[in-house]
Design a protein around this ligand. Structure first.
Ligand SMILES: NC(=O)c1ccc[n+]([C@@H]2O[C@H](COP(=O)([O-])OP(=O)(O)OC[C@H]3O[C@@H](n4cnc5c(N)ncnc54)[C@H](O)[C@@H]3O)[C@@H](O)[C@H]2O)c1
Length: 286
């Protein structure tokens, strides 16, 4: 499969979409960014601008490189303009929405684009099932914060063209990421293992064994970079819960992945973590 990638289109300008757009633009790709909520794109570009400035402060980027990265970043107002060699979707963790989106993008791009999903847990094969050319759909799972985390999981679905895996490995290298291959299984590698980090910590809370802060401090002191509750707030409590639900269903409601009522109540109240200013903790600015 000969597929030079010059233009990348990122759909969804939330927590992950903005990070993915950031690294693609900073790595030299013309990067289109679209979200159903138009104001989300402008907000994402402001955050990318701020994050690029932080990289300058750390001495890893020049002002010129920042300006060039921003000039490669193109806000897009309508989905029909999302024409690119590689589309990366980072929209909500819902199968029906991801399928519908790829179906539309496949038409818009006349089946010529690679359709990569950043899903954390949904089957890539199930997403691809509705497409005319299922072989062009692949999982490209980034980690948060995307501009700093090196790992990318490449997930090959039942229909994925094996040559596309090689193309995605090359692309991952070109944006400075380390790619690991995974089969299409619920939660893939990292999110399946990580479920226990969250689910077990939430159980400690439900059983009143101790409080949020103590669990976070203890797990940090045990060597984790972040405690489970501060990490859920960073990820998005809503996204984290959606992933747990998807893994739970994917493993036929295995009780070890059972979602927590505490987390559900936070989501019902709109407390999604850092992005809404409140989750397990409160934040002075979003
Ligand atoms: N948050 C994380 O740490 C993390 C890490 C890895 C992967 N993921 C995955 O990335 C995806 C996005 O997660 P997120 O945390 O960035 O979510 P988010 O809620 O922060 O952002 C999702 C964005 O998608 C937009 N959107 C929803 N439907 C859309 C559509 N049909 N077309 C265009 N835009 C649409 C929303 O307006 C929102 O801005 C999910 O599949 C999630 O599982 C998340």
């Amino acid at each position: 499969m000969n597929h030079p990638i010059r233009t990348v289109a990122v759909v969804g300008a939330g927590t992950m979409g903005l990070g993915i757009a950031h690294i693609c633009a900073a790595s030299g790709f013309t990067t289109l960014l679209f979200d159903v909520q138009q104001e989300q794109v402008a907000a994402a570009i402001r955050i990318i601008d701020k994050n690029l400035s932080l990289t300058i402060q750390k001495g890893r980027l020049t002002e010129k490189q920042k300006a060039e990265a921003l000039s490669r970043l193109r806000p897009v107002n309508q989905l029909s303009d999302m024409k690119a060699d590689l589309i990366i979707e980072a929209v909500v963790e819902k199968l029906a929405i991801k399928r519908q989106l790829f179906l539309e993008l496949e038409k818009i791009n006349e089946s010529k684009a690679i359709l990569a999903t950043n899903t954390s847990s949904i089957s890539v094969s199930q997403i691809a099932e509705v497409l005319l050319d299922k072989s062009r759909c692949i999982g490209l799972h980034f980690f948060n914060p995307t501009d700093r985390m090196k790992l990318v999981e490449i997930i090959s679905g039942t229909f994925t063209n094996p040559e596309l895996v090689e193309v995605m490995k090359g692309f991952s290298n070109s944006i400075g990421k380390t790619a690991v291959l995974a089969k299409d299984s619920p939660g893939f590698i990292v999110n399946r293992v990580a479920r226990h980090f969250y689910v077990e910590s939430l159980k400690l809370l439900e059983e009143n064994v101790t409080d949020i802060k103590t669990i976070d401090v203890l797990l940090r002191s045990a060597g984790f970079k972040m405690g489970p509750f501060e990490l859920m707030d960073l990820i998005g409590v809503d996204t984290n819960l959606a992933v747990t639900k998807s893994v739970y269903e994917g493993f036929h409601q295995d009780p070890k992945f059972k979602p927590s009522d505490i987390q559900q109540r936070l989501v019902d109240a709109g407390h999604f973590g850092r992005k809404t200013g409140k989750g397990f903790y409160e934040y002075s600015s979003k």
